[in-house]
Design a protein around this ligand. Structure first.
Ligand SMILES: [Zn+2]
Length: 162
């Protein structure tokens, strides 16, 4: 799979995700985040489901930033197997900018080449515009390709059609 394969998210799911991530900062007192689950298709990666970090591990934000212990990953892999989906990306919020921290760069949550890490600025406070979102593709060996900003074509918000 090409590292720059699209990440497609239904707009309604994206809107719910952003609102929920803001709510889960508990009044902007700490970061929040989630794994994005779904499938890899010929059109790219498609998100169908969201798994919030604090549902996996209630103490994840006790230190203010994202800290997931090995047990949380064991739970994650069990859920992924049970639902027959893949982890296609992760997303977390930052207080101000959507740039990666040193910790974000050094500790990919999923250390697979091509994995996508999304960062939402301003604690995901409304309204989050697509160009303000940080999109980073893991290239291995603690290297990332930054694909967010105005030229961001990797993150595709799909119109919902039933
Ligand atoms: Zn971060």
């Amino acid at each position: 799979m090409s590292p720059a394969t699209d990440l497609r998210i239904p707009r309604s799911l994206w809107d719910r995700l952003v609102a929920e991530l803001h709510a889960r900062t508990e009044g902007e007192s700490h970061e929040s985040g989630a794994f994005l689950l779904g499938h890899t298709t010929e059109q790219g990666r498609r998100v169908t489901d969201v798994l919030y970090f604090d549902d996996l591990h209630p103490e994840v934000h006790a230190g203010g930033v994202v800290e997931l212990p090995a047990a949380a990953f064991r739970t994650l892999w069990a859920i992924v197997r049970e639902r027959g989906v893949q982890v296609v990306a992760d997303v977390h919020v930052h207080p101000y900018s959507a740039g990666q921290s040193w910790i974000d760069r050094k500790n990919p949550l999923i250390a697979t080449r091509g994995h996508v890490a999304i960062i939402l600025p301003n604690f995901a406070r409304p309204r989050i515009r697509r160009w303000s979102v940080g999109v980073y593709v893991y290239e291995g060996d603690h290297q990332w390709q930054a694909l967010g900003g105005c030229g961001n074509r990797l993150l595709v918000l799909e119109t919902d059609h039933e």
